[in-house]
Each structure stands twice: as C-alpha cells, then as structure tokens.
Ligand binder design. Structure first.
Ligand SMILES: Nc1ncnc2c1ncn2[C@@H]1O[C@H](COP(=O)(O)OP(=O)(O)OP(=O)(O)O)[C@@H](O)[C@H]1O
Length: 357
C-alpha cells in the first residue's frame, strides 16, 4: 500500500492551507468509526453503531489531553483508532513523525507503520489482564525491544533493568512473574513495557481506574514524572473527572461519538460551557460535604441514547435541562465560544453553568 506523507510546509494540521502548527503531534479530522449491525441468516447490515462520529481533535506535543465521558460514548473506540487497532470508517488521523513528516495514519506503508507503532504506545486499564502470567518481567518488558531492536542476552537485560528502575521497581524483579506483584506494581510493569521503545505519544485508557485510591496517586505521579523526563505526550482516557483534573492540561468531553466541549482544564472545571460537562462535573465528589448541596447536583437521567439511532439535532438534548425546540431541529457544531474554548451548544455564551467550587 502506498504511504501518503506530506512535508510539514505543504499541509497544516487543521487543513485549509493555514500555517502548519508545529505543536500538534497528532490530529484527527472528522474521524468516524461505525460498526455495522447485522441481522438474520444472511447477516444483512441493518444499521450502524456510530461509536465515533466526526471527531476533530489535536494533541499537542508535550501535553496531556484528557478524554472524558460516560461509558459507551466512544472513548475507547477513538483511542483504538489512534492506535490503529481499529480501522476508521471515515475522516483522517495525522501524526507528525520524529523526522517532521505528517503521516496519514490509515495509509501507512509497512516501514512507517512499524515506526508509528514504536512512537505511539498504549497503557491498558487492567494490568492483570494485559500482562501474560506465563512470562517473566524480562520477557514482558523485553519483548518489544527484542523484536524491534534485535537485542538479546545481557544487553536486553540491561535495558529491562533500566526500564524497571525508571518505573520505580527493582531490577532483580525481572526474573519474576506478574502474579508476584500488587496491582500498582503490575501497572508499573505495563508502563515500563509501553515506554520500552521510547515512544512519543502514549494512549492511556482508564490506566488508574482499576487501582486502589491509595495507589492511584502514586501511579499518576509516576506518569507525570516520566512525562517530564522523557518528553511524553499523553492521551488520557478516563471517566474519572477528579483524576483528569489532576493530570490533564486540556480536556475533551465526549458524548455519543462526538466531542461536545474542548478546553484547558482549569477554565472547563471552573465554568463549563456545555450542559453535559456541567452534569458530569456536578457528580464529582466534593471534599467538603457542605459544598455537596442537593441543589447543585444535576442528576443525568436515563442512559446514553442508542448510538445506532441518535436523537435529531443536538445528541444531548434528550437529557439536557436547558433544551429548546431549536436543539431538536439543529445540530450545534463544535465551535469557538471563547478564546481557546470550544463547545457544541447553541446557548454556550448565554447559559451560566456551574463548575466545581
Ligand atoms: N466491536 C464493536 N461492535 C459493535 N459495537 C461496538 C463495538 N465496540 C464498541 N461498540 C459500541 O460503540 C459504542 C462506544 O463504545 P466504547 O467502548 O468506545 O465507549 P467508551 O466510552 O470507551 O465506554 P467504556 O468506558 O464503557 O469502555 C458503544 O455503544 C459500544 O457498544
């Protein structure tokens, strides 16, 4: 297959011939991932689950971008599309390779695909499921290094020892199997494996959700330290808004396959511009019980609508307490509503929404 690459000066992320934004490491443009629904003996396609339905997002080099939303809104599917673990149905994902070229991720030739898979790595949610119990840490962490760099013997052991030290584990642990370790230690092993090839972008999907609260902050601190030390960029997928507030520079809020709000973290938490963000924030536990007043808590009623049959107009309108007739008739685009802030709500400028106190 042909590899489509463009020189940085030829194409700007964001398209449309603007000056190229050198800060952008990865960009999605109108990305869609639809799953066909098949029925009957002939497995006829009777519909589409629109898991990701037109996502424009850019991830800047060195930042941590949080991707939040309820279960089923398409976060994991978008992360898998970025990882190229899932083919996209439409749109485009572009990545700025270390040599400065912009790569079209769904059209990579074999060499560029191999390079992409070294530069973009994933940390999974469940370190119990993602670490093979039959392999030692040397094999688990060393495997990508052996395959990609051809190292073996003591050279490989040295690299694995260095990775173990980096994530706060003792090098002599490399002879042991995953079952000998606690959940937090296993997540450190997953991180060591993800970082073994010196990636530039790390997609972390619910990376601390399975951990005890006491361990969670240790792993978050480790991720931050490693980001500083290794110049990493993170796409941090989570349904936990407290964790995202702590770790992320910017936040993208996803609902029913679309980004509905995108902003730097602090202003988004202080004064959201989309009613869905407001509802998510109102459910975040407050440290001070006096601030947990019933009147501030907005209960999101009902489930996320069926992504194979989304509501007309604004997809959130069926659960939105501010919805009007216009919301059913007209889909609000994701647009700039204040400097550096985007929201997909007709009333983003007028509504006075509550943030986290
Ligand atoms: N392989 C698949 N085939 C059909 N539908 C799928 C498939 N994978 C995901 N979906 C559907 O796509 C939608 C988005 O799922 P996805 O797992 O991406 O959401 P999510 O926000 O990551 O949720 P969670 O946090 O529960 O993983 C859901 O409706 C899900 O049922």
């Amino acid at each position: 297959m042909a590899t489509e690459t463009t020189r940085p000066e030829e194409h700007a992320p964001g398209g449309g011939g603007e000056a190229p934004d050198e800060r952008v490491l990865l960009e999605t443009e109108g990305v869609r991932v639809h799953f066909p629904i098949r029925k009957g003996f002939r497995q006829k396609v009777v519909g589409q689950v629109k898991a990701v339905d037109g996502v424009d997002l850019s991830i800047r080099a060195g930042e941590t971008l949080g991707l939040v939303g309820e279960s089923g809104c398409g976060k994991t599917t978008l992360g898998s599309a970025v990882m190229r673990a899932r083919e996209i149905t439409g749109g485009r994902i572009r990545f700025r390779a270390s040599d400065g070229r912009l790569l079209d991720v769904s059209r990579l030739g074999p060499d560029d695909l191999r390079a992409y898979r070294r530069e973009v790595r994933m940390i999974f949610q469940d370190p119990h499921a993602s670490l093979n119990p039959r392999f030692t840490l040397l094999e688990i962490i060393g495997e990508p290094i052996r395959v990609n760099e051809g190292l073996s013997g003591s050279a490989l052991e040295e690299r694995v020892a260095a990775m173990l030290r980096k994530v706060g584990l003792r090098p002599e642990y490399m002879r042991r199997y995953p079952h000998a370790f606690s959940g937090g230690e296993r997540q450190r092993v997953s991180i060591a494996r993800a970082l073994a090839l010196d990636p530039r972008l790390v997609v972390a999907d619910e990376a601390v959700s399975a951990l005890d609260v006491s361990i969670r902050s240790q792993i978050l601190n480790l991720l931050q330290d490693l980001q500083d030390e290794l110049n990493l960029t993170y796409l941090f997928i989570s349904h936990d808004l407290s964790v995202v507030e702590y770790l992320c520079d910017r936040v993208a809020v996803m609902y029913l396959g679309k980004i509905v709000e995108l902003s730097e973290t602090e202003p988004l938490y202080a004064a959201p511009r989309h009613p869905y963000t407001e509802a998510l924030l109102s459910a975040v536990p407050k440290p001070d019980p006096r601030l947990r007043g019933g009147e501030r808590r907005i209960v999101l009623t009902g489930d996320v609508p069926d992504p194979s049959d989304p509501p007309s107009g604004c997809s959130f309108r069926t659960r939105c307490r501010y919805a009007t007739e216009r919301c059913a008739a007209e889909e609000p685009p994701l647009r700039e509503v204040a400097p550096g802030r985007r929201a997909a709500c007709h009333y983003a400028e007028e509504l006075e929404l509550n943030g986290v106190v």
